[in-house]
Design a protein around this ligand. Structure first.
Ligand code: GAP
Length: 444
């Protein structure tokens, strides 16, 4: 059963501590669009940096790309999105609410007098399902006519396909090789929800790996293994991660095979990343619609072919939500509830907080020096207000792995207390060793 209490607590913590706010809140909010506050933007950036590091910097066979959000409208005809990126939609003529046709709350057959609206309860007011395209449209230039229509991209992948020969030639890569991209995507989802899980504006971290036909199945298996390992290395609880294989009737129009990595959220098991064997569908369609040859010439073998593509596609917001859900815990400590975000140190928004024990005896001055020294290397926070216990609790809620306390002994013997977020244990560390002590533990 869905644990809505845990999600409610997390949503409220995210607002209170500045992780995530509702978009345009002063105007009552905008449906399923969210803004990242000071801690949220750091967390999401750290997730994206880890992905970029693993996919681009740590490999010789993947190049980065940042393609534009707006693309030639023919791209979306070729990709199948204009004709096929649709959900069946039902309207209630009475209350004007909209539903997906497969909404389990609908009683009866929509379009007939016995069908009942799940929101206002009216009978006979539900329309027959009609296909609704999920792409957002806008106009390019001053004239708002059908010739000027452009779309906000619903996935980043197409920017990679239409650039693949440019990247190949510029980087002097050879097949097998990949192109990685992080960027915004937009979908006019009919039933968004569960906080930042399904939104209308989101970010994707996608990689398209171009391989020789016939080797696609083996590469697909390799990429499945590597991508699951990445989520484990992010510190996510392995017991809450699993595979979901798409059965024939679930497969997207472009896919030969597809597996989702799912996480067990409080609202159930749900997809956070998809790994797809797309065969030659994409390059074949772009070759056909553009009239340009997109084949690869393998000089060594003296052969020409249209590469197959293995895609890994993760949502940056979904993975960020996963790190929050996975990290959230409440503990009883000395009769009080301690709320902790036990992030993996590499994604924690703040790596260390510097806290003078009291606001006198030269402690704030020395603490400021230590703070300035540490923040040259990673994101830190300085806090001198309130009792030390309360300051520790505030940092626990923000997910800060280390609190460095400047006390009387620091002044006398140049050592500090380093308090660990998860165990609450404290180490005495020489001031000169503080930077390497923290760097070693956060992997920076
Ligand atoms: N290029 C393939 C593709 O876009 P997808 O399964 O539709 O495949 C891939 O999306 C990933 O993008 C999903 O696993 C999810 O993490 C993220 N995603 C998709 N729709 C989303 C939405 N409305 N809100 C947030 N993330 C979304």
């Amino acid at each position: 059963m869905a644990d809505t209490t845990q999600m409610d607590k997390l949503v409220s913590l995210c607002k209170r501590r500045g992780f995530i706010f509702q978009s345009s809140e002063v105007y009552g909010g905008l449906g399923s669009v969210w803004d990242y506050g000071p801690l949220g933007v750091e967390l999401k950036k750290n997730v994206k940096d880890r992905w970029w590091r693993a996919m681009v910097h740590a490999r010789d066979d993947i190049e980065g790309l940042d393609a534009a959000i707006l693309m030639h409208p023919k791209v979306w005809e070729a990709s199948g999105h204009v004709s096929g990126f649709t959900d069946p939609l039902i309207d209630c003529r009475q209350c004007k609410n909209r539903f997906r046709a497969d909404d389990a709350r609908i009683k009866g057959t929509p379009g007939t007098p016995d069908a009942q609206c799940p929101v206002c309860g009216s009978k006979g007011t539900l329309t027959e399902p009609r296909l609704f395209n999920l792409m957002f449209k806008t106009f390019m230039g001053p004239v708002e006519d059908s010739a000027a229509v452009v779309y906000l991209r619903p996935e980043t992948a197409q920017g990679i396909y239409v650039n693949y020969l440019n990247v190949l030639q510029a980087s002097r890569q050879r097949i097998p090789f990949g192109i990685a991209q992080i960027g915004k995507a937009f979908r006019n989802e009919i039933t968004p929800g569960n906080f930042i899980f399904r939104t209308r504006e989101f970010e994707q971290m996608e990689m398209q790996f171009f391989v020789k036909p016939g080797t696609d199945a083996a590469w697909f298996e390799r990429w499945r293994e590597w991508r699951m390992a990445w989520h484990h290395e992010l510190g996510l609880n392995p017991a809450k991660l699993r595979w979901h294989e798409h059965a024939g009737n679930e497969l997207a129009h472009y896919a030969r095979a597809a597996f989702d990595i799912e996480y067990e959220f409080p609202f159930g098991w749900n997809e956070i990343e998809g790994i797809h064997n797309r065969g030659d569908f994409d390059l074949g369609r772009h070759q056909e619609h553009s009239g340009k040859k997109l084949e690869y010439f393998d000089q060594a073998a003296n052969e020409r072919y249209l590469p197959n593509i293995v895609e890994t596609s993760a949502g940056a917001d979904r993975v960020t939500l996963t790190t929050l859900v996975d990290a959230y815990r409440e503990e009883e400590v000395e009769g009080e509830t301690r709320v902790v975000l036990g992030f993996h140190p590499s994604v924690a928004p703040i790596k260390a907080a510097v806290l003078p024990l009291v606001k006198k005896d030269g402690m704030p001055e020395l603490a400021t020096e230590v703070y300035h020294d540490l923040r040259r290397r990673f994101h830190c926070f300085y806090d001198d207000s309130g009792a030390i216990g309360r300051r520790y609790r505030r940092m626990d809620e923000a997910g800060t792995p280390f609190c460095v306390t400047i006390d009387g002994e620091t002044l006398a013997g140049r050592t500090v207390t380093v308090r660990h977020r998860d165990s609450m244990a404290q180490d005495r560390v020489a001031l000169e060793q503080l930077l390497p002590f923290i760097r070693e533990r956060i992997g920076a």
